[in-house]
Structure formats: structure tokens, C-alpha cells
Design a protein. Structure first.
Length: 382
């Protein structure tokens, strides 16, 4: 099942208002189609509302996480090349099927705060100064939702092997105490805190540092045995699994408003880079935007959004990135639409005077009264 099919399922079944509107509501009279931006990227669309959900949207989330991974790679690779140190830390905790994902997610987030303010950690940090960037992830398995943290700690000098072992011990004590205080029991010593040096002799770890950035942020690409990533749960829900649908809705509510990426106050100053990307900015970086192939509006735009494979048709046909491929996609859209769908769109536009439905190669911002009336109608129709 494609990501677009999953999004159409969420339009009817999501508990999040923004997600129900994503790529479903237009904020202008037309939809712009942009060609691929290279690097294996796909066709993108403008003129449509986006939810910017890094946790729950099958379209926005992969692009946002790709943007974060690109940005982290561009920051961490030069840091390693300059001879500095980097450690990759994973924090997990025990949990049970009856534990809500929201409660466990809150516990691990509070657990990291307990680490940072702990006296022994602060004392160790004075001897070995570091700044960090932290990514939060959640997976699902036999024991329910399993949130955990991936952090990259940047040091001025590479850590020795015994210093990395010492760091693991220092971090484990406050982490274990925090998990016990939250009611999740004592984490296993080999699983609760895991530290790997990502510099020096471990430079090839996870395709070096760019792979480490992917590991931290690209939840949409990772698979681990029986453990399911959130979008695998969504696929099961869309296939009719009622239990998976309940799990998915719990996931939406547990992650609502939770930041997927956070860094220490001086992390970017230490590495000499600008401010942290917002999720909309990460989305733009992850998506990229190729040349404008054309715009669809009026009847064609409504046909496009209501067609059961409208997005897929343009993604597949416009992959060549030419105006001709855009015209071919529009013809295929018309040719594969059912008579019922065509009649529905025609009925909705009865008596309306709209601008041309298809404008290849050039987009001019609308300012006509007809455009305003069309936009008003669309706002009422959803």
C-alpha cells in the first residue's frame, strides 16, 4: 500500500485535524506540480495544506526526517573531519503491553533531563565537556509502544575506549533511577544505556557519520525483526486490523506536540552552525523542489484530489520532469477517472466560470473574482 493510499485512509480515520487536511485542502485555486529535485527524490505538489507531522503523516514525516538527517550529516561530518570526538548514545527502558505509549514517552523524556542535571554527570562533563543533539523514536512490538532515545554527544577530543565505558556507567545511574521512579523498573545494564564511539577507529560505523544521522532520525526507513515501525502499524490498520487502528490512534495522541529532535543550548554554537531547523524548514530541505511542470485548477484539480490514484499518477508519469510528462499525466488522470467521479466533479462545478483547468509550465498567482469564488467553495466543501 502506497504512502498516498495511507494518507487517504487517514483523511477518514485520523484523530488529528491537521492530518485530516494534509494534501486534501487547497489554500489556493490551483495545485502546482514540481519535477524531481534530483538525488532520487520524487515529484512534489504546491498549493495544498501540509500537516508537518513528523510522527504520523506518511508523506510529511519521511521528508522531515530526511531533512533532519541531511542537516545533521552536514554538521557532524565536518566535526569528525576536524579531529573532534563524537559518541552515539541509545537509551531504552523496560515496558509492558499495558503501559500507554504516552506514559513511556513522557518517562524517557524526563529520564534524559534527569541525566543532564545529575551531579555525577555534571562533574564528568566538566572533565570531558560535550554538547548533544537528541532524537526520540517509538516502535511497537509484543510489549506495546517502545519509545527510546538516540543522542549524539560532541566532544572537543575523541574519547578513549575506557572513557566511553566510564561515560556509559555515569549515564546509567541517573537513567536507571529515573526509570524506577517512573514505575518502569530497573533497565537492563546492557540495554538501558549503550554508548558507541563514532570517531577514530569506529569511523565506518553505520556508513560513518552520515549513516549515524540516518539512524538517529530516519524512523521511516528502519526495520528490526518483529518490532514494527509506526507506519507498519498504520498499514495493518488500513488493511482492516482493528487492533492496529486502536494502536495507531494511541500513537497519534501520544506523539502529538512532542519534538522529535532537540539539542543542548550550545550544541550549534560549539559546531559553528546556525539555529535548529523547524519542521516546515526540514520538510522543504528533505523534499527539495524541482522545476515547475505546470498547474492544475478548477475541475481538473478536484478530479485530481478525488481520484483514487491521482497523486500516484502524477508521481509516476512526471518522474521525467518535463512539461510533456505533465500533459501525459493529466490525460491519464482524465482517462482513468470513473464516470461517477466525472459526474460528481461536473455537478460540483455547475454554473461556475473558472480559469483554464490546465496551465503547463507557468504559474501566475490568481487574483480574479472567479478564483476567489472557487476558493470559497472549496473551503465550504471540506
Amino acid at each position: 500500500m502506497s504512502a498516498w493510499a495511507l494518507l487517504r485512509f487517514l483523511h477518514q480515520n485520523s484523530t488529528l485535524i491537521g492530518l485530516r487536511k494534509c494534501h486534501r485542502v487547497r489554500f489556493g485555486p490551483g495545485i502546482q506540480v514540481y519535477g524531481p529535485a534530483g538525488d532520487g527524490r520524487s515529484v512534489t505538489f504546491g498549493g495544498l495544506c501540509r500537516c508537518h507531522s513528523v510522527w504520523a503523516c506518511p508523506i510529511c514525516a519521511p521528508a522531515i526526517r530526511r531533512g533532519y538527517a541531511q542537516e545533521l550529516s552536514s554538521v557532524l561530518v565536518p566535526w569528525i573531519d576536524a579531529g573532534h570526538g563524537l559518541a552515539f548514545v541509545t537509551n531504552t527502558t523496560r515496558h509492558h503491553r499495558t503501559d500507554s505509549p504516552k506514559a513511556v514517552l513522557k518517562a524517557v523524556t524526563a529520564g534524559w533531563h534527569s541525566i543532564i542535571v545529575d551531579k555525577s554527570v555534571r562533574a564528568w562533563r566538566e572533565r570531558h565537556p560535550f554538547e548533544y543533539v537528541r532524537a526520540t523514536e517509538i516502535t511497537y512490538g509484543p510489549n506495546g509502544g517502545h519509545p527510546h532515545l538516540h543522542s549524539a554527544l560532541a566532544f572537543g577530543e575523541p574519547l578513549a575506549r575506557d572513557e566511553a565505558r566510564e561515560l556509559s556507567e555515569v549515564l546509567y545511574r541517573p537513567w536507571s533511577t529515573a526509570m524506577e521512579r517512573s514505575g518502569f523498573g530497573t533497565p537492563r545494564r546492557d540495554k538501558g544505556v549503550h554508548v558507541v564511539r563514532a570517531d577514530g577507529g569506529v569511523g565506518a560505523y553505520m556508513a560513518k557519520v552520515s549513516g549515524l544521522a540516518d539512524e538517529m532520525t530516519r524512523l521511516d526507513r528502519k526495520k528490526r525483526g518483529a518490532t514494527l515501525q509506526p507506519f507498519e502499524v498504520l498499514r495493518r490498520a488500513a488493511a482492516g486490523d482493528v487492533v492496529a487502528l486502536g494502536t495507531w490512534r494511541d500513537h497519534e495522541q501520544a506523539t502529538k506536540g512532542v519534538r522529535s529532535l532537540a539539542s543542548s543550548r550550545n550544541f550549534r554554537a560549539l559546531l559553528g552552525v546556525g539555529r535548529e531547523l523547524s519542521e516546515p524548514e526540514a520538510l522543504e530541505l528533505g523534499n527539495g523542489r524541482g522545476p515547475l511542470l505546470g498547474e492544475i485548477s478548477g475541475r481538473m484539480a478536484d478530479l485530481f484530489q478525488r481520484h483514487p490514484r491521482g497523486f500516484e499518477i502524477f508521481l509516476e508519469t512526471c518522474s521525467a520532469g518535463t512539461v510533456e510528462s505533465f500533459a501525459s499525466a493529466a490525460a491519464m488522470l482524465r482517462g482513468t477517472a470513473s464516470w461517477e467521479l466525472r459526474d460528481e466533479v461536473e455537478f460540483l462545478h455547475t454554473g461556475e466560470h473558472l480559469p483554464p483547468d490546465l496551465v503547463p509550465g507557468e504559474f501566475v498567482p490568481p487574483d480574479s473574482l472567479a478564483d476567489e469564488l472557487a476558493l470559497d467553495w472549496r473551503e465550504r466543501s471540506f
